[in-house]
Write a protein that binds this ligand. Structure first.
Ligand SMILES: NC(=O)c1ccc[n+]([C@@H]2O[C@H](COP(=O)([O-])OP(=O)(O)OC[C@H]3O[C@@H](n4cnc5c(N)ncnc54)[C@H](OP(=O)(O)O)[C@@H]3O)[C@@H](O)[C@H]2O)c1
Length: 343
């Protein structure tokens, strides 16, 4: 039985990846942060008390800003594969917390690589690199495109990308960068724009809310489904040699188009409900991301399965159920928080 160690297991991608690996009979070890509220909602359906026989998912407290403990964990688990997904992953928030983002998103990768090097464990390492690294570069963007990062988040990811390549060259580690374009799902955090839109539109449909404030409606992104993208992460670690791969759908759509589509699927006119609030603008914007994943298609045999339309339908369906539950609670006299968030 193979063992995997997953940082960021409580996040969107971590939860899909944990499902995928458990299905493949891996023993999965996840790093989780101590929090005063529960932060394991996305993986609760996978977790069984560790006293249960045949348990294959184990969770360990830790933090990417602390190196010694990462070393102890890797030494005791001895994973065959490491999927490093943990990060301060919100681009807009990285402008508010640049130092923290550099520490966790940039140096966090170095801490794990150092833990691998110092413990001497034999393992394969996956780094969650990001299309945000391309920033202002002209589309389509591929493995050969020069990075032009436009945020503290993207700059931290560029550092992590190059330190992965350096540890591969300097120490012969099997270390791989997956340069993933945006990927969404019903499990996307609610402050990320796609989920913010599907959450608000379904609440508006049921009369729970009457306004949605967004930032730059003209930004264009290459949006895929997170469930498809985690398969690509796994495929990268099944290769004989480490390499770097772009993973994308090869389609780009504006935030306006996403919004218009979501509202019209609910028979609503988005113009009546959506307002632009400059508070959500980034100091430096990324206008267009459009990935060329032909290398991954050829070498990994990977291609996306879920279309843009099907992704939107999936997100609307889940958020409509959530909105219905909120409405039931409200109708029964309970309060429910649907106020605007900071991001
Ligand atoms: N989704 C995308 O479109 C996309 C595209 C390209 C690259 N990426 C990258 O892919 C990775 C996964 O993305 P995602 O969408 O799943 O992100 P996400 O939902 O925001 O999840 C981030 C994960 O990192 C954990 N984390 C944050 N700070 C940490 C720290 N100091 N120590 C330990 N864990 C920490 C979070 O834990 P809590 O649950 O406790 O907050 C969470 O589990 C990230 O590195 C992201 O930057 C994402």
């Amino acid at each position: 039985m193979k063992k995997a160690f997953v940082t960021g297991i409580t996040g969107q991608d971590g939860s899909y990846l944990a499902e995928f690996l458990l299905h493949k009979e891996y023993e999965v070890h996840g790093l989780i942060r101590r929090s005063s509220t529960f932060n394991t909602e996305r993986i609760d359906h996978l977790y069984h008390d560790f006293h249960t026989p045949d348990t294959k998912l184990f969770l360990h407290y830790g933090d990417l800003s602390v190196s010694g403990q990462l070393m102890d964990l890797l030494h005791s688990i001895q994973p065959d594969e490491i999927y490093h997904l943990g990060a301060q992953s919100h681009v807009r928030v990285s402008f508010d917390m640049p130092e923290y983002t550099g520490d966790v998103t940039g140096l966090g990768t170095l801490r794990i690589l150092e833990a691998i090097r110092k413990t001497g464990i034999k393992t394969k390492f996956y780094q969650a690199s990001s299309s945000e690294m391309f920033g202002a570069a002209s589309p389509p963007q591929s493995e050969n495109t020069t990075f032009q990062p436009r945020s503290p988040y993207a700059a931290a990811k560029v550092y992590a990308y190059y330190i992965v390549q350096n540890y591969r060259d300097a120490y012969g580690l099997f270390a791989t960068n997956g340069i993933l374009f945006n990927h969404e799902s019903p499990r996307r955090g609610e402050t990320f724009v796609t989920r913010k839109i599907t959450r608000a539109a379904t609440q508006i449909k049921l009369g729970l809310k009457n306004k949605l404030f967004l930032g730059n409606l003209d930004a264009k992104r290459d949006w895929g489904f997170a469930g498809d993208f985690v398969e690509a992460m796994w495929l990268m670690l099944q290769q004989d040699k480490p390499d770097d791969f772009v993973i994308a759908t090869g389609e780009t759509h504006s935030v306006r188009e996403f919004t218009e589509k979501v509202f019209s699927k609910l028979n609503l006119d988005y113009n009546k409900y959506v307002s632009v609030d400059p508070r959500y603008f980034r100091p430096t914007e990324v206008d267009i991301l459009l990935g060329d994943a032909s290398k991954a298609k050829k070498a990994l045999g990977w291609k996306p399965k879920v279309t843009f339309d099907a992704l939107i339908d999936m997100m609307i369906a889940t958020d409509m159920e959530l909105a219905k539950k909120e409405k039931t609670l409200l109708d029964a006299g309970f309060s429910c928080n649907n106020s605007e968030r900071l991001t």
